[in-house]
Design a protein around this ligand. Structure first.
Ligand code: SIN
Ligand code: CO
Length: 359
């Protein structure tokens, strides 16, 4: 991590052999037909790419040529348990930095073209081989004629063929292009890094509900004016000093960060358990087998603040907050001590955010 993370690319041969059996092709094509799954199809003709957004009917895939296309499916970890299990290998990076697992299925010659990403990514080769060319470059200007972000010029230093189980780590802004040699699948374990403007807007929204500034503007004995249309300077000065009275504490930052960073993306929908266990049966199962977070759930903590999917969890004593922190770190745990968290466990179970059993 110290040497490569966010700094330089790293090729790891035979990193994760289990990448072979994450999903088969028919299951992937079915996922690409769902309207709650984000998918894209990119077809290359010579140097020109076309982009279609999913969902796709199976008939669309039957009409594809033998070469030069790729299907991308986002959020695979939310829908395929084996893809969620892949993420267990990446828990050396904070969950708050993790985005999702994307998969690409490509016919020979298929790829998304030379580009850069804004995020760190591990490109894990599944079945089949892919030819990767990559390296840092200064000129990151884009080709305006393409419907995707494709680099106008591409001069990669590295040239490698990835076999099943091999993995390539790329930090943001490293130019890369992966072209399928055989029909192949590549899993992109993608990370995220918040943008300054987005965080500032999020924090201001958070503050909106918490601001409590007493007082009101007053102007006793104001002289008459000839410029009724002008905002008076004393009012402006008062606004300036009032805005400067807006204050927050480090605990507001920690609370906001856990809430904000654990909020699922808007398209994420949790499914109620089916069939649903009674409260008694659910808790009995948790006591016996422990529990785990649903693949879509994000549980984060900082200081005394703990948040599940954007909602704070009230932990009444240190044993409970310790247990919640362990759950956040490992995503599974034995039953918590005592019964104080039972209501929270049961309502989170009913929302589909966690489930009994550790695996
Ligand atoms: C792909 O799997 O074809 C694209 C992944 C990437 O370049 O980020
Ligand atoms: Co990329």
């Amino acid at each position: 991590m110290q040497r490569y993370w966010h700094r330089g690319s790293l090729l790891l041969r035979s990193a994760l052999p289990d990448a072979q059996s994450v999903i088969d092709e028919p299951a992937l094509l079915r996922l690409a037909g769902r309207d709650d799954v984000e998918s894209r199809l990119i077809v290359r003709e010579g140097l020109h790419y076309t982009l279609e957004q999913g969902p796709f009917a199976l008939a669309r895939f039957r009409r594809l040529p033998a070469r030069d296309w790729t299907l991308l499916v986002q959020g695979l970890d939310h829908h395929v348990p084996a893809a969620a299990r892949l993420l267990e290998h990446f828990r050396f990076v904070p969950q708050a930095r993790l985005d999702d697992v994307m998969v690409s299925l490509a016919a020979p010659g298929g790829g998304v073209g030379p580009h850069v990403d804004s995020y760190d990514v591990f490109l894990l080769q599944g079945p089949g081989r892919r030819h990767w060319r990559y390296g840092p470059q200064k000129d990151l200007s884009l080709d305006p004629a393409q419907p995707l972000k494709i680099l106008r010029h591409f001069s990669p230093r590295n040239d490698e063929i990835l076999e099943p189980g091999d993995m390539l780590y790329l930090p943001p802004q490293v130019a890369h292009d992966g072209v399928a040699i055989d029909r192949c699948m590549t899993f992109s374990i993608g990370f995220r890094a918040p943008q300054a403007g987005e965080i500032a807007r999020g924090f201001l929204e958070y503050l909106t509900d918490r601001i409590d500034l007493p007082g009101r503007f007053a102007d006793p004995g104001r002289p008459s004016t000839r410029h009724a249309g002008q905002v008076p300077q004393d009012l402006l000065d008062w606004i300036q000093s009032t805005v400067q009275r807006v204050r927050w504490q480090p605990s507001d930052i920690a609370r906001f960060a856990t809430e904000y960073l654990s909020t699922p993306k808007p398209q994420v929908i949790f499914d109620r358990p089916e069939p649903e266990l009674t409260r008694k049966a659910f808790l009995a199962r948790v006591r016996r087998f422990g529990l785990r977070l649903d693949a879509r759930s994000i549980l984060l903590y900082q200081g005394g603040h703990i948040c599940l999917n954007g909602t704070p969890v009230e932990a009444t004593d240190t044993a409970h907050s310790r247990w919640l922190r362990q759950l956040a770190d490992a995503r599974h745990a034995d039953a918590p001590p005592g019964t104080a968290l039972d209501d929270w466990l049961h309502s989170s179970y009913r929302c589909g955010e966690l489930l009994p059993g550790k695996a």
